[in-house]
Design a protein around this ligand. Sequence first.
Ligand code: PEP
Ligand code: MN
Length: 291
Amino acid sequence: MDMDRLKEIGIVERLVHPAQKAQLTSREFQAESSFVNVENVSIGSQKLVIIAGPCSVEHREQLLEVARTAKQLGASMLRGGAFKPRTSPYEFQGLGEVGLRLLSEARDETGLPVVTEVLEAGKIDLLAQYADMLQIGARNMQNFPLLKSVGRSKMPVLLKRGMMATIDEWMQAAEYILLEGNPNVVLCERGIRTFEKATRNTLDLAAVPVLRKQTHLPILVDPSHATGSRDLVAPMTKAAVSAGADGVMIEVHPSPQNALSDSHQQLDLDEFAKLMQELEPVARAVGRRLR
Ligand code: PEP
Ligand code: MN
């Protein structure tokens, strides 16, 4: 980056006096909270952003059924993985571009903007044709070349917390994206690895108020990957909203028991409807709204 570019984004002095100047993600750099706009959705506003959708896009009916229900129940965005970061190479890896086409079809029908995961920089242009927001998954939170590439793309980015990342490491990862001139970053707490075995991960809800103090970026919580169990998703969603999250990302599937990935943690359509109903008074109690 040349000096003009550094000046343009206001960090030239920080590089000269690193100890005295604030990072781009910090409240010192920008006191007021940021909004990140994804099409017609503003993340970070009084209205909670509910992102719903299946873990993986599997087929047209599956995705459209979830998308229509999500829209009807007041969700703001649609999620769904087309390129999946699976632990085992023998597990379902996602539909790839076919999945992206289905996501954009669902978006066109429902009007819900789409977020989907990007695994490699070489696929960003392809994803940009179909999606409205790029997700960096937990496993890639410290993939620095990928962070720089999504920064250069200027697309809104959902940056999930790495499963073994401290809050500081997570903020540094976000800093990589902002440094490329892309301020459209939303943080998503999705649980971290601890010694506890009863849940898939340990949902670090204190991260929400901690981040709120440290950064102006919007903060979401993913109670699905954080807990790994469908019966824990509703209570932790309510807790996340109570803790001040700007919204949640929830995995929803028309028939979770048949899902090709994360079948234990996806809500079915009725469970999601019930949760949206129960969330209403919780949102109101903390000065937020769902619709
Ligand atoms: C996902 O949201 O699809 C996902 C893989 O989550 P994480 O990166 O948090 O494990
Ligand atoms: Mn999943």
